[in-house]
Design a protein around this ligand. Structure first.
Ligand SMILES: Nc1ncnc2c1ncn2[C@@H]1O[C@H](COP(=O)(O)OP(=O)(O)OP(=O)(O)O)[C@@H](O)[C@H]1O
Ligand SMILES: [Mg+2]
Length: 298
């Protein structure tokens, strides 16, 4: 069983317009309302791939029962601890005229002090039943910088496969525990390892750092780059995986989460890193064809 984690659950409205005019009344063509959040999206896609998966998150506020009911209806196996704060709303505005996708993300209050202890306990309870762990996305305020490294350490001590779709301090502090694969997008990778650089570093610089990370932390590195070829590194080898972008996308938000699910699923099946990247690309492409965020099925 896969255990996916997110510490920032979301209720997501996706609203699609023929065109959007600022400072005017805009009427939508189509809309959706879904449960979301990086780790939950990964859990959904893993389930769609036929894998047994459970999602751990922290929930609170008036919309908690709605979140649980919507997850249940989608068949997402959810374990949760009380966060003491309302679930945030995110809005995706799709403008068909210029094909823009605009994300509006509410900030959240910090989770209450007891949340992290409850989260650690729930994690420890689930870990013995799970063969692989996927941790994705940023944390809500109130969680400490120790939580993610703790989860990676415990999973690796227990011999579990660990995939990390995260960046910044959480990634830096987790690397010493040798996650199996890290999968930020290139911009997140650059912000983590080249924080002072003016732009995105070039391929040679990225390649050298990927190989250093593989060597020092015995992990594989996979970097997605939107519609550009995926860069990946393992052991002494750095390579790229090219693909043809979807010509007519509906919504590419969550393609990274679908990619993560495909990658983790294939690695869990014992396939090579290149095959796992190919499966990630397949799932990322499928997600781009749907309005819902983090799905490979309509
Ligand atoms: N237009 C597209 N056509 C086909 N595949 C796409 C397209 N956009 C993204 N993908 C697939 O999804 C993968 C991940 O995309 P991207 O690098 O944008 O992830 P991300 O920034 O982490 O996205 P998110 O966090 O919103 O899910 C890409 O490597 C690619 O395989
Ligand atoms: Mg992403």
């Amino acid at each position: 069983m896969y255990l996916t984690i997110s510490m920032n659950p979301t209720l997501q409205k996706i609203i699609c317009f023929s065109s959007i005019t600022k400072d005017a009344v805009n009427r939508s063509r189509q809309h959706r309302f879904d449960v979301a959040g990086k780790g939950l999206n990964v859990c959904r896609v893993l389930s769609q791939l036929g894998k047994e998966a459970v999602h751990l998150t922290a929930l609170g506020g008036e919309t908690k029962s709605l979140f649980l009911e919507m997850s249940r209806r989608e068949g997402i196996a959810l374990q949760w601890v009380e966060s003491g704060i309302p679930i945030r709303f995110c809005y995706t505005l799709i403008d068909k005229e210029d094909s823009s996708v605009t994300e509006l993300i509410e900030n959240t209050q910090p989770v209450v002090a007891e949340t992290e202890g409850r989260f650690r306990e729930a994690y420890e309870e689930l870990l013995p039943r799970c063969g692989a762990v996927v941790i994705a996305g940023t944390k809500a305020g109130g969680f400490s910088g120790e939580l993610v490294p703790f989860m990676v350490r415990r999973a690796k001590e227990a011999g579990r496969k660990v995939t990390l779709d995260l960046w910044g301090e959480d990634l830096l502090k987790s690397l010493p525990y040798s996650p199996d694969v890290i999968k930020p997008n290139l911009a997140e990778f650059a912000a983590t390892f080249f924080p002072d650089a003016a732009g995105i570093p070039g391929k040679e610089q990225v390649r050298a750092l990927c190989l250093k990370l593989c060597r020092e932390h015995r992990c594989a590195v996979v970097l997605t780059r939107g519609t550009e070829a995926v860069w990946y590194a393992e052991g002494e080898a750095f390579a790229e995986y090219s693909f043809t972008p979807v010509a007519e996308t509906v919504n590419t938000t969550g393609s990274g989460d679908a990619f993560t699910a495909g990658l983790a699923a294939a690695l869990g099946d014992g396939r090579s890193l290149r095959e796992a990247v190919a499966e990630g690309v397949r799932c990322g492409s499928l997600n781009a064809g749907f309005l819902q965020v983090g799905t490979i099925r309509g």
